[in-house]
Ligand binder design. Structure first.
Ligand code: PGA
Length: 264
């Protein structure tokens, strides 16, 4: 395994989700600091997802990629407040987070809308990071598998039968009870869910199962990253709160991408 790709050749990204935080100044300072630090780090994909108005603050970045936190399911037109996949591409995005639980919960986004957003992002050449997760209640009532597979199946169905090209999709398992709570899921729990998602992908398309990176998100800090990186099926991390602290975020990136360096 190398820092940037897994044994199976899957990408191993660390993604910073700033959510609705920051301003032009603080994001510019953070972007510069990250550029400098990544220059001296083991190489591996890193993605920053700032709020939409600040995407252009990141133009000129070299050492990491740009992502957005949401995208419209429409191409263009009279959709006040919405931002299309084409606009995101135009601003330099390569990735977009889709179906984050904060959008599902606060904006009422359901599986079908999320599936349409994934299709739209893919059609514009963006890599969607599809978030899936169960609430504490769903988990405690033994419904984790049902909830996750329902959300994943909605997207697989919308993508249609496997074609020649494998969709450039990423999954992120983000249990709601771990987001912003300081209580990350245990590696054994993460391993179980990631294996479940990979098996489901395999039923749809074996190539997709082999190639789709599955990220974990929810209260990730450097110590959790160090434990999770030992798991075969965890390809990357989606980092919320800790991503805004450049020291912590860089520490996470280093841990994640430092995997096969010989210990000296
Ligand atoms: P957190 O958020 O790292 O603050 O828990 C993760 C996310 O919501 O993507």
């Amino acid at each position: 395994m190398s820092g940037g790709v897994s044994l199976g050749g899957r990408l191993r990204p660390v993604v910073a989700n700033w959510k609705m935080h920051g301003d032009r100044g603080s994001l510019a300072v953070w972007a510069r600091a990250l550029e400098e630090r990544l220059a001296a780090s083991p190489p591996g994909p890193v993605v920053a997802c700032p709020p939409h108005p600040y995407l252009l603050v990141f133009s000129g970045i070299r050492r990491f990629d740009l992502g957005a936190q949401d995208v419209s399911d429409e191409d263009d037109g009279a959709y006040t407040g919405s931002v299309s996949a084409r606009m995101l591409r135009d601003c330099g995005c390569r990735y977009v987070i889709v179906g984050h639980s904060e959008r599902r919960c606060y904006q009422g986004e359901g599986d079908r809308l999320v599936a349409r957003k994934v299709r739209k992002a893919l059609a514009e050449g963006l890599r969607p990071i599809l978030c899936l997760g169960e609430s504490a209640l769903e988990r405690d009532s033994g419904r984790t598998e049902e909830v996750l597979l329902r959300s994943l199946d909605a997207v697989l169905e919308a993508l249609g039968p496997p074609g020649e090209e494998v969709p450039d999709l990423l999954l992120a398992y983000e249990p709601l009870w771990a987001i912003g709570t300081g209580r990350a899921a245990e590696p054994s729990e993460v391993a179980q869910v990631h294996a479940l998602l990979r098996r489901r992908l395999a039923v749809h398309d074996a190539r997709m199962s082999a190639r789709t990176p599955i990220l974990y998100g929810g209260s990730v800090r450097a110590p959790q990253a160090a434990r999770l990186r030992l798991l075969e099926d965890v390809d990357g991390l989606l980092v919320g709160g800790a991503s805004r602290d450049i020291d912590e975020f860089h520490a996470i990136c280093r841990v994640w991408h430092d995997q096969d360096r010989p210990s000296d």
